[in-house]
Design a protein around this ligand. Structure first.
Ligand code: SAM
Length: 294
């Protein structure tokens, strides 16, 4: 593989970009991970040794290929999703001759599902995700039930805190609940701005998603659970009853029916969403689901 760039060096990357007449785009949240130890940490967290032979790793936002290079060097079949056309040209020049490498050019939001439904199911997903859309990328995968055994992401620390948050904390949200249906999530490490080029304004964190043997929510009530969780957090200072009364999930039910669902679920109606555990919300979703299916 012809690859002379030193991924640990800001000046080497800057030289490469200049040579190829590529510019960095703030819009795409481009910050390269220049710390070799952080990259090794992420690769180790993917637990590739336990992956079946021929298993595919998806990399979201490979940039100029620092992590891609490592995966291919380990003879791992890698599919990379990159939106930046200039980076795509570079990636093709660097790795195009390697049969293990596939590039999906374009916006991940528009490309990933076709790749998933029509071509391949990844055994792992990883990415140093663009700050502005990282959460939405993870939510898209989880909601569509693209659920590989392990996923490892680098995200803004604040977002990582929302993923791993527990009830009763400021970061706990509908997104925390969505993440924990199918995965146990772990905050692996923080990465200070100096680990990236250019330096971002915020601290980042590596988060590991390890698939549960059994999801915490059954298939039948899964979408009801997700919708109710969203409603419960829509206005944080409102009680759960008020949020449900003005939310979307139970909009076709009368006030009395919503009160009954909460009572049957054993959840006080003047409680706040941020204090409810996953199993309490699951009880509400199951009781609401039963009411709807009659
Ligand atoms: N993986 C590289 C690294 O760690 O050095 C670059 C990470 S950089 C934070 C995010 C990458 O995601 C950039 O290469 C950017 O162009 C790409 N990206 C941003 N939005 C994207 C999207 N919607 N679809 C695919 N790639 C995207």
């Amino acid at each position: 593989m012809n690859n002379s760039v030193n991924y640990d060096s800001a000046s080497s990357i800057s030289f490469l970009l200049k040579e190829r007449q590529l510019s960095m785009s703030k819009r795409f949240g481009q910050n390269f991970l220049i710390s070799p130890s952080a990259r090794k940490h992420i690769i180790a967290a993917l637990d590739l040794d336990s992956m079946q032979t021929g298993g595919i790793v998806w990399e979201i936002g490979p940039g100029i290929g620092a992590m891609t290079f490592m995966l291919l060097n380990m003879a791992i079949k890698t599919t990379a999703f990159e939106i930046d056309h200039g980076f795509c040209t570079l990636l093709k020049d660097m790795f195009g001759g390697n049969d293990l490498f596939s590039l999906v050019e374009g916006d991940f939001f528009k490309t990933w599902e076709i790749r998933y439904r029509e071509f391949e199911q990844p055994a792992r997903i990883m990415g140093n995700l663009p700050y502005n859309v990282g959460t939405i990328m993870i939510a898209a995968l989880l909601e569509a039930q693209c659920l590989p055994r392990r996923m490892v992401f680098t995200l803004q620390k604040e977002v990582a805190q929302r993923i791993t948050a527990i009830p009763g904390t400021k970061s706990y949200s509908a997104f925390s609940l969505l993440c924990s249906i199918d995965y146990s999530v772990e905050h692996l490490a923080d990465l200070k701005p100096g680990n990236f080029y250019p330096r971002p304004d915020v601290v980042s964190s590596i988060v590991v998603f390890e698939k549960r043997d059994q999801p915490l929510v059954c298939e039948e009530y899964r979408s009801m659970f997700i919708e109710i969780a969203r409603d419960l957090f829509r206005t944080r200072r409102k009680t759960i009853k008020n949020n449900l009364l003005h939310g979307k999930s139970l909009s076709h039910l009368e006030r009395k029916e919503i009160e009954r669902i909460l009572a049957e679920s054993g959840v006080p109606e003047n409680e706040r969403g941020e204090n409810l555990t996953l199993s309490q919300i699951y009880r509400i979703a199951r009781n609401a689901g039963k009411k709807l299916t009659g």
